[in-house]
Design a binder for this molecule. Structure first.
Ligand SMILES: NC(=O)c1ccc[n+]([C@@H]2O[C@H](COP(=O)([O-])OP(=O)(O)OC[C@H]3O[C@@H](n4cnc5c(N)ncnc54)[C@H](OP(=O)(O)O)[C@@H]3O)[C@@H](O)[C@H]2O)c1
Length: 169
């Protein structure tokens, strides 16, 4: 999926390890970014550059109806009911999912693609350069010693995420 400054992109899983990088990269190309997230993460996501926020635990369709319609959707959650709520409002779009391989209900105006390919050596080099010069920020939720790996797993499942949980060896 190509994204440029004329695009309005809706991102699910916006506050997670993947989403926090995704938002920064989308803002770098000048896209208008809408994020589905939980309210405790709204301030964090605004600071990351998100233009519009939608609470995934409330009525998603109604909230989206009051925002500019996205022409691209990047899904980092994989909840089909959530994607269906998005489709109900955002009728013409390209959907790229990192989290579900199947999404059967779409029309000719809608494309669906699952992505899990490597970004390649040059892609990694570019990201590392952006991280080292500060263009891109790594958001670390917490750092735990390997002895507390169970606690890290619980945190991942039970708490709202903002960035990555790192394990120290
Ligand atoms: N295809 C690939 O190549 C590839 C590569 C890496 C990752 N992935 C996939 O990308 C996804 C995200 O990975 P991640 O490491 O960023 O995970 P993560 O750090 O755990 O983040 C998960 C995100 O999903 C949100 N979320 C959790 N439950 C939700 C729900 N019921 N409804 C809506 N949103 C919900 C979380 O928001 P709250 O914390 O606010 O609840 C958080 O923003 C995963 O599905 C992973 O398998 C795919």
């Amino acid at each position: 999926m190509q994204v440029s400054s004329g695009d309005t992109v809706l991102v699910t899983g916006a506050s997670g390890g993947v989403g926090t990088y995704l938002i920064q990269l989308l803002k770098m190309v000048g896209a208008h970014v809408e994020a589905l997230a939980s309210p405790p993460n709204f301030d964090f996501l605004k600071k990351l550059g998100v233009d519009d926020l939608v609470d995934y635990s409330a009525d998603v369709s109604t909230q989206l109806a009051n925002l500019p319609h996205a022409n691209k959707v990047i899904d980092a959650v994989g909840r089909l009911d959530l994607l269906e709520a998005i489709i109900a409002v955002t009728r013409h779009f390209d959907l790229l999912s990192l989290s579900t391989t199947t999404f059967p209900e779409h029309t000719q105006d809608q494309t669906f693609q699952f992505a899990n390919g490597s970004i390649g050596l040059n892609g990694y080099k570019r990201l590392l350069n952006w991280l080292s010069d500060g263009t891109l920020q790594a958001h670390v939720q917490t750092i735990l010693p390997v002895e507390q790996i169970k606690q890290a797993q619980h945190q991942l499942v039970e708490e709202h995420s903002h960035g990555r949980i790192l394990i120290k060896f």
